[in-house]
Ligand binder design. Structure first.
Ligand SMILES: Cc1cc2nc3c(=O)[nH]c(=O)nc-3n(C[C@H](O)[C@H](O)[C@H](O)COP(=O)(O)O)c2cc1C
Length: 404
């Protein structure tokens, strides 16, 4: 399954708020993911941005006029309501939110919203006082109860000079919600634990042993699993990435904290995907204060950390266990040895020294090794695409369990 909006038709509704200019970037990002976009603008939205940019980027005329004819003399907004796979209103003004909540249909966008039955995503953007007003909050609650997805606005400095909640959510957040709405839920009912990122093993309060893992691979897998309907726990070492939507995130620092968190949750899940680059060794002692520069040489004694995968391999009953092997040489041999030794169902091997592969990159080139001896090399692809292939294989392994 691919993480794209390929062949989907998305209707982008734009209402009359300052953030209307941000819809240009959103439209571009949606089309980049392979979707075809139709734009409906309110008359007031046209006061903020002209339709020309949206027409050029979408390749379709913008609909604003309720009485405009579509192809083959059909009524434009009804034709689009019938063909839409999803609808996003961004920005959604207090006015359009109120109209949708009350079923008012006095222009092209509000009438379209009554006619469409595809998933509907509403992205409010307005002045904080307006957003916090009881009427707006009540209307948003009504829409949420009716199954609309509300992408809450961010907080910060607003165009009107005030500060607080009301800023249109980031395009990525809106795209995540779109993917969530359109991805088939083939992992529904499954509980998946994913680990990500590096760990830090402190030798004093300001220094630690770590590695360059960014957490990207694990965060991508967690996000993709949640999009596919799984209930996901992500246990991550230090990473600057934001929490993936609809995922329970537990942030830890050291290998021991990661081990404790994983062991605490292991019995509640039916699959574990361990992408974290956990430190194998930690300093035997950690100084309570910064170690001062003194002798020409100092000796650091390291001790082994808990081997999380090994412990899980011994403890597992019916869970599917997937490990990662990031290697700089002899990857197939090391990966297959780790697969057997740690009682895994699958291991994802990658040569971190290869271009476009491994730590902190947007792409990864991996080979999947299975318990039954099968080997499946994948081509270089973005980490979210790799995630979906791994999850396809995990879904198959879950199905093959004797008790499935
Ligand atoms: C300069 C300016 C900025 C505005 N920004 C917003 C806004 O960010 N959010 C909002 O809900 N309304 C905003 N409004 C008010 C809406 O434009 C107004 O409620 C209008 O009726 C919305 O119409 P529509 O929902 O049909 O587009 C703004 C008005 C002006 C004049």
């Amino acid at each position: 399954m691919s993480p794209s909006l390929m062949d989907k038709t998305i209707v982008l509704g734009i209402s009359g708020g300052i953030a209307a200019y941000k819809s240009v970037e959103l439209l571009r990002r949606i089309t980049q993911m392979g979707a075809s976009v139709r734009v409906i603008m309110t008359e007031n939205a046209r006061q903020f941005v002209g339709p020309l940019t949206f027409e050029a980027l979408s390749g379709y005329p913008v609909c604003s006029d309720l009485f405009e004819k579509g192809a083959n003399t059909s009524i434009q907004h009804i034709e689009w309501a019938q063909t839409a796979d999803a609808v996003v209103i961004a920005p959604a003004t207090a006015n359009i939110i109120a109209k949708i909540a009350c079923g008012i249909a006095d222009d092209a966008l509000s009438t379209f919203m009554l006619a469409v039955s595809a998933p509907r995503i509403i992205c409010p953007a307005m002045n904080s006082a307006m957003y916090l007003n009881e009427a707006v909050q009540e209307n948003l609650k009504t829409l949420q109860q009716r199954g609309y997805q509300i992408v809450s606005p961010g907080s910060g400095q607003l165009a009107c000079g005030t500060s607080g909640p009301g800023r249109l959510a980031d395009p990525q957040e809106i795209l995540d919600e779109l993917l969530m709405a359109l991805t088939p839920k083939d992992l529904a009912g499954n509980h998946i634990l994913v680990t990500a990122g590096p760990t830090r093993e402190h030798l004093d309060p300001v220094r630690f042993i770590s590695n360059p893992s960014s957490g990207k691979m694990g965060f991508a897998i967690a996000a993709a699993a949640a999009q596919r309907g799984a209930s996901v726990i992500l246990i991550s070492g230090p990473s600057s990435l934001p929490d993936p939507p609809h995922v329970q995130v537990i942030r830890v620092v050291s290998a021991q904290e990661m081990a404790d968190a994983v062991f605490d949750h292991f019995d509640q899940v039916n699959a574990v995907i361990k992408t974290a680059a956990v430190s194998d060794y930690r300093p035997q002692t950690c100084s309570p204060h910064k170690i001062k520069k003194g002798d020409d040489e100092i000796v650091l004694t390291l001790e082994k950390t808990t081997d999380i995968l090994n412990t899980l391999g011994m403890r597992k009953r019916c869970q599917i266990l997937v490990g990662f092997a990031a290697e700089t040489q002899d990857m197939p041999a090391y990966a297959q040895e780790k697969l057997k030794k740690k009682n895994l169902d699958m291991i994802v091997g990658n040569l971190v020294s290869e271009k476009g592969s491994g730590f902190a990159t947007e792409t990864n080139k991996v080979t999947l090794f299975y318990k039954d001896g099968r080997v499946e090399p994948l081509s270089l692809m973005p980490k979210d695409a790799v995630s979906h292939v791994i999850l396809d294989r995990v879904a198959a392994l879950l199905m093959q369990r004797p008790e499935a």
